[in-house]
Design a protein around this ligand. Structure first.
Ligand code: B12
Ligand code: SF4
Length: 633
């Protein structure tokens, strides 16, 4: 007997119209069960110019093909030809990063990649536009490379939220002819018209192109000021009923505002210029969806209560029109959030609300520049709960300047509010990410790096890996191991008081804790260190070998070796240098060449980063072996 699912359903074929000026593609994986509002907006931009375009969401099609095959064939697990076992839902937030880390996943979809390429070549669009959305870089590279080989005249144009920041975007995807940086409303139409006139536009604000002058200094385009001047996405390229997950769950993304009014939090990368739409027009959008059976809306906004009055107006309009709908959104702790405010939100359809509290002690609240007194956290959470809304919260720890006492105080404050908190939605150790104050001004916050700062920043344009930075002041050092211990202390405390932690937050906690030991995810453990590795290992052991990493993977590798006399360890963590592990010496990175000319990177998570580091420092003299090489990838 099969469990409930929406299958069987009619899934559209992968085929494109002929004589297209522009084919706009969404490639997997993109967050499900949400509609792709980014390409929805691009579709609207393309509608404003007189061209022949088609939007094709390959993500939703492959999602349904994958799950209908899994469910209708009653497969317990889906396994690739090489034995890699998929997580139940490869589109799930806790798994989705793997698509950009593991080639086997992309290999699994190669049949469809080839089909997409073939159909593009048959259709011959003048421009192929693809949305880059965080985790579909590898998939997109395969499609673009295939198209370029068979149909080189096709102009490749990319954009999307992987392209929000110029410095990052140009480093993570290089296979473009044109790349739109950030929002596309003020730039795309003009660019497309020029390309279709066979011009080779270059040096345009907000756009990077392969025709740009060598000495060009990128300048961003102005952002769209009047959000009411554009229509909302209608997703008309496909049957509306297909935008659900296999359990028939649908989340409709609503962008009622863009940017953030506050824009000061020191850890945040979302500090964009704030604009909002007319609440009445947003309710028109709800109503449009509601007529098509859509009833659950997710505010895709950084600052939903940036203007509390307009949020209240929106709620009143929903109530006035008698819409029976529900909302999910995240609020900032705000002095205007009183009982009347929450009552109206509840009546309109907010059954639960997430609060970006983030800093739970006085000191971390100040360092994170949250901008409100601690008492306001207590009163916002209590009042929201008393209005009958389920409260969930976010926590950010591991920031520079944080002390053990801050963790104690944070736990106390969470305990104090525990009767009002339904769920901990996110527990994050600070990720030192591009765009945040901590990343931009590390010296100001006494952030130090393991290795040359310039090189590290060059090698890691998105996030500085956790093991490469620490905080140091007055002789006190707090590094990643300390941050992880704080996370453990905090999550144990949440456990003790029985606070529900969302599966996503739990997975993130596990992931971060595993970083200290460099543990593979459960799935990777099952799939990786097996026979193939054992076989390949003997081949590379003819010479002396330096293993980079002293964590769990190294332990497993050592267990697979009969003779370890030729092995030396190295690690980025200086605490362990000149000590031994299983009787094997651990040396510093700079001494690698003294011992051997081949290095095996025993870290899946930091494989690329370490490889870049080694290439940068020793390229000519080192043979670099990765777990992927061992695994026969
Ligand atoms: C709402 C939101 C979420 C929601 C929904 C995400 C979703 N998949 O829809 C939730 C809470 C689930 C979420 C989660 C995460 N998010 Co988020 N999120 C946002 C937020 C606030 C708004 C996104 C949005 O809907 N914007 C409105 C739409 C219309 O804009 P858009 O999609 O970017 O499309 C425009 C342009 O990009 C462009 N465009 C889009 N496609 C194309 C295609 C072509 C060809 C062209 C030319 C142009 C183009 O035109 C559109 C109109 O201007 C942004 C911050 C921001 N303000 O952008 C962060 C942001 C997208 N998130 C980010 C991150 C890091 C995450 C997480 C990884 C966080 C985490 N560590 O877990 C997860 C990933 C989850 C996932 N698998 O997608 C980053 C992405 C950075 C990056 N380079 O990848 C952002 C930019 C925030 C930031 N600065 O750090 N997020
Ligand atoms: S964390 Fe939220 S409130 Fe703070 S700057 Fe970022 S988007 Fe704004």
């Amino acid at each position: 007997m099969l469990d409930f699912s929406i299958y069987p359903i009619d899934i559209p074929k992968i085929e494109f119209e002929k004589n297209l000026d522009f084919l706009l593609l969404e490639l997997p994986p993109r967050y499900m069960p949400m509609m792709p509002n980014g390409i929805g907006h691009v579709d609207n931009i393309l509608k404003t110019i007189d061209i022949n375009h088609q939007v094709f969401d390959a993500n939703i099609i492959l999602y349904h093909l994958y799950h209908s095959n899994r469910i209708l064939n009653n497969l317990k697990t889906v396994t690739t030809n090489s034995g890699f076992e998929f997580y139940l839902d490869p589109w799930d937030n806790t798994f989705v990063d793997e698509w950009d880390e593991n080639d086997e996943i992309i290999d699994h979809f190669q049949y469809f990649i080839d089909k997409i390429i073939l159909e593009i070549v048959k259709s011959k669009p003048k421009i192929l536009g693809i949305s880059l959305n965080g985790n579909n870089i590898k998939f997109t590279q395969r499609v673009v490379n295939g198209v370029k080989e068979l149909f080189p005249e096709c102009v490749i144009l990319v954009g999307g939220y992987s392209c929000v920041f110029y410095d990052i975007a140009i480093n993570i995807f290089k296979e473009y002819d044109y790349m739109v940086i950030g929002e596309a409303e003020e730039t795309l139409a003009n660019l497309v018209q020029k390309i279709l006139k066979n011009e080779h536009p270059k040096d345009l604000a907000g756009i990077v192109s392969k025709y740009d002058s060598k000495d060009r200094k990128f300048e961003p385009a102005p952002m769209l000021k009047d959000l009411d001047s554009i229509d909302f996405p209608r997703y008309e390229w496909i049957d509306y009923s297909l935008y659900v997950d296999y359990n028939n769950y649908r989340l409709i993304p609503i962008a009622g505002s863009r940017g953030c009014v506050w824009s000061k939090c020191t850890f945040c990368s979302e500090k964009f210029f704030w604009r909002r739409r007319n609440p009445v027009k947003i309710v028109d959008e709800f109503e449009w969806h509601n007529k098509k059976t859509g009833s659950l809306f997710h505010f895709n906004e950084s600052d939903l209560n940036g203007d509390p009055e307009s949020l209240v107006m929106l709620c009143k309009e929903v109530i006035k029109r008698g819409l029976i709908i529900r909302f999910i959104g995240q609020l900032r702790i705000h002095h205007k959030s009183d009982r009347a405010f929450f009552d109206i939100l509840k009546s309109a359809g907010f059954n639960s609300l997430r609060f970006g509290v983030d800093g739970w002690s006085k000191n971390t609240n100040r360092i994170q520049k949250k901008g409100y007194p601690m008492s306001l956290i207590d009163s916002n959470l209590k009042t929201c709960h008393e209005a009958g809304i389920n409260v969930s919260v976010n926590i950010v720890i591991g920031i520079p300047g944080e002390t053990e006492e801050d963790i104690t105080e944070s736990i106390q404050r969470i305990v104090k509010n525990k009767d009002y908190i339904k769920k901990v939605e996110g527990i994050n150790i600070l990720m030192l990410g591009y765009g945040s104050d901590f990343y931009t001004y590390p010296d100001k916050y006494n952030i130090k790096f393991r290795g040359d700062k310039e090189t590290i920043f060059k090698n890691y344009p998105r996030f500085i890996p956790a093991h490469l930075w620490y905080w140091e002041k007055d002789g006190i050092i707090v590094d990643h191991e300390d941050r992880i211990n704080r996370l453990k202390r905090l999550s144990n405390a949440l456990d003790e008081i029985g606070l529900y932690v969302s599966p996503y937050a739990e997975q993130r906690v596990k992931l971060r804790m595993s970083e200290s030991e460099e543990v593979l995810s459960p799935m990777e453990i099952k799939n990786s260190i097996k026979n193939k590795i054992q076989k390949n290992l003997s081949k590379i052991l003819q010479d002396k070998l330096v293993i980079y990493g002293t964590g769990e993977i190294s332990h497993k590798l050592i267990n697979l070796m009969d003779d370890t006399s030729n092995i030396i360890f190295t690690d980025s963590n200086s605490k362990y240098w000149d000590k031994t592990l299983f009787g094997i010496l651990i040396v510093s990175n700079k001494d690698i060449l003294k011992y051997a000319h081949q290095v095996l990177i025993a870290s899946q998570r930091y494989e690329t980063e370490i490889k870049n580091f080694l290439i940068e420092n020793y390229n000519k003299d080192l043979k670099i072996i990765t777990l992927g090489d061992l695994n026969g990838r």
